[in-house]
Design a protein around this ligand. Structure first.
Ligand SMILES: C[S@@+](CC[C@H](N)C(=O)[O-])C[C@H]1O[C@@H](n2cnc3c(N)ncnc32)[C@H](O)[C@@H]1O
Length: 255
């Protein structure tokens, strides 16, 4: 499976997502590790890593980082940026539902609403089986933004923002609309309108993604068999999730 055109232009993607405070995000992942990992962490896996400023930040903090993504341009960009910043990362080009690592890792994470790319319930089970093989017993799998809140998506979830760096401006439009409540699917739209030093580039992705209702996801984790659910947490702090929201962090621990 080749990711769509929005993921073939890593520099534009990184500019579009430049609103994320990376040191704060990594400090939060470290807080989860301190609180819930049963093993010490040295080797980390960023699933669907994209340009991964996160892995570069982990490397600066002394960890060994591995990035997995199905887009070769994303991984080439990650290597180039890591070389510029004089940090080391390893990468694997593979589908999130069908991969095996040469060596196990101590923690895995997937960020920024990427988990729905598993595509289906079977895709989620295939993905969890791959993560289970990759992760040492006692290690965590941290999932940011499990798509569980279809209630607010019913009214349409739209976000638009503009980011500029190095003379390039990326205007992003993201939208989620419930497509079929019976099948629990939504239409996901991601569009970049880029002004690259006067040259205009438009990139878009429209695809169907599944919702995983909170109790249904727990059943899937039980069916997968290799993890305990540590809990549903707030996205910005390791506090239990107070209400249904796609702004969440799901924490699983490998048995
Ligand atoms: C929303 S981006 C997330 C990037 C990064 N983790 C972040 O936080 O900004 C989704 C990434 O998933 C990758 N991707 C999409 N479908 C995939 C799949 N089936 N297997 C592996 N990678 C995939 C894309 O190439 C893209 O880099």
């Amino acid at each position: 499976m080749t990711p769509s055109e929005v993921y073939q232009h890593a520099a534009y993607y990184e500019i579009a997502m430049g609103f994320v405070n990376i040191p704060r995000q990594i400090a939060l992942l470290e807080a989860y590790i301190r609180a819930y990992s049963a093993i010490p962490v040295r080797r980390v896996l960023d699933v669907c890593c994209g340009p991964s400023p996160q892995l570069r930040e982990f490397a600066r903090r002394g960890y060994l980082g591995v990035g997995l993504d199905a887009s070769p341009p994303m991984l080439a960009y990650l290597h180039a940026r890591a070389a510029e910043e004089q940090v080391r990362v390893e990468t694997i080009c593979a589908d999130m539902r069908d991969f095996a690592l040469p060596a196990p890792v101590d923690v895995c994470y997937i960020l920024l609403g990427t988990i729905p790319y598993v595509g289906s319930r079977q895709g989620m089970l295939d993905h969890l089986a791959c993560v289970a093989r990759a992760l040492r017993p006692g290690g965590l799998y941290l999932i940011e933004n499990l798509l569980m809140d279809w209630v607010s998506a019913v009214v349409g979830n739209r976000q638009d923002w503009v980011m500029t760096r190095d003379g390039i401006t990326v205007t992003t439009h993201y939208q989620l609309d419930v497509l079929d409540p019976l099948a629990q699917t939504a239409r996901h739209t991601l569009e970049f309108a880029v002004d690259d030093h006067g040259q205009s580039v438009r990139l878009s992705e429209v695809c169907v993604v599944p919702f995983f209702f909170p109790q249904e996801f727990i059943s899937l984790v039980e069916l997968a068999g290799a993890f305990d659910l540590v809990g549903y947490f707030e996205r910005e702090s390791p506090e239990p999730l107070r209400r249904l929201s796609n702004d969440n962090m799901v924490v699983l621990r490998r048995r």
